[in-house]
Design a protein around this ligand. Structure first.
Ligand SMILES: [Zn+2]
Length: 291
């Protein structure tokens, strides 16, 4: 009982302290967001514990409950983002569902997979296939230390990727490009590293109110240090070096599923296949005709 009271007091103190820090460093609007998200998440956590209404489900860990937790970016807040059980984001939940239903290759292939800024919930899915050679990379050595499985992580800058040309079968690059100043160079590096016919799954956060992508001169610390605010109408033109497919939630999930898994329309998967060189196509066609 005393431990519970002490924990509650500590929690209350942390919230009051956090509120005033936010108030003096970021202003009243951000402080209000801080308080609102903590109050909302506390309420959702209590409702999840009651187990009365299991209206949402996480495909990454099979958790079911009342709702997902909200995210506080400092500048604004987003509802129904994190799974309270495994911490999965909307993007991981969507990719998890898509791969499970429409891309059996991941579960069967024997190739090499490179995972940027490794999400833990996706890593579990990938490592279920022990025939895959799994590697993860990040520009931040601390992230490599704490987020990569031992022996699988290495440090690299995605703009000048230290990976051999035509050496990777599958790439996962989720919510990375928005942090990269020369994002087109990064995309070219992903293409270079892939084997012909290899696939890169790329996702970025979209601002659905924008008609055109915006670049910020200084990374915004109040929105996770983003440099780019991507717009859906023009982002895809950055992927011209691939044969890409734009996969929106409503193309493979029913309305009920989108509600149950909490996948908003802004989550879009770009399934990017590295084009086979023209010479290679010609050679293989010749071989086939000889056979
Ligand atoms: Zn989960």
């Amino acid at each position: 009982m005393l431990t519970k009271v002490a924990r509650l007091l500590r929690y209350g103190f942390d919230i009051v302290q956090g509120f005033f820090i936010r108030l003096f460093t970021k202003g009243p609007n951000s402080a209000r967001i801080f308080l609102w998200v903590r109050a909302l998440n506390l309420t959702i956590s209590q409702l999840n514990k009651t187990g009365r209404s299991k209206r949402v489900e996480c495909p990454c860990c099979s958790w079911k409950g009342y709702d997902f937790l909200a995210d506080d970016t400092v500048k604004f807040w987003l509802p129904q983002v994190f799974c309270p059980s495994c911490g999965s984001h909307e993007r991981s939940r969507m990719l998890h569902l898509y791969l499970g239903r429409h891309d059996a290759r991941l579960g069967e292939t024997e190739g090499t997979l490179l995972h940027f800024a490794a999400e833990d919930d996706l890593r579990k899915l990938i490592r279920a296939n022990d025939r895959l050679n799994y590697f993860s990379t990040d520009i931040d050595p601390i992230a490599i230390k704490y987020r990569c499985a031992p022996g699988t992580g290495f440090m690299s800058d995605i703009q000048t990727l230290g990976v051999k040309t035509n050496s990777v079968d599958i790439i996962f690059c989720l919510h990375v490009l928005e942090h990269v100043r020369h994002d087109r160079d990064a995309i070219r590096e992903l293409s270079r590293a892939l084997k012909p016919g290899g696939i890169a799954y790329i996702m970025v956060p979209f601002d659905m109110t924008l008609k055109e992508t915006e670049e910020w001169k200084i990374p915004d610390p109040d929105i996770h240090y983003h440099i780019w605010a991507y717009a859906t109408p023009d982002f895809k033109y950055r992927l011209d070096c691939f044969d890409y497919q734009e996969i929106k939630p409503d193309t493979f999930l029913t309305e009920e599923e989108r509600r149950r898994f909490r996948i908003p329309p802004k989550e879009i998967i770009y399934r990017c296949v590295k084009q086979v060189e023209v010479e290679e196509k010609t050679e293989s066609s010749l071989e086939m005709s000889k056979a």
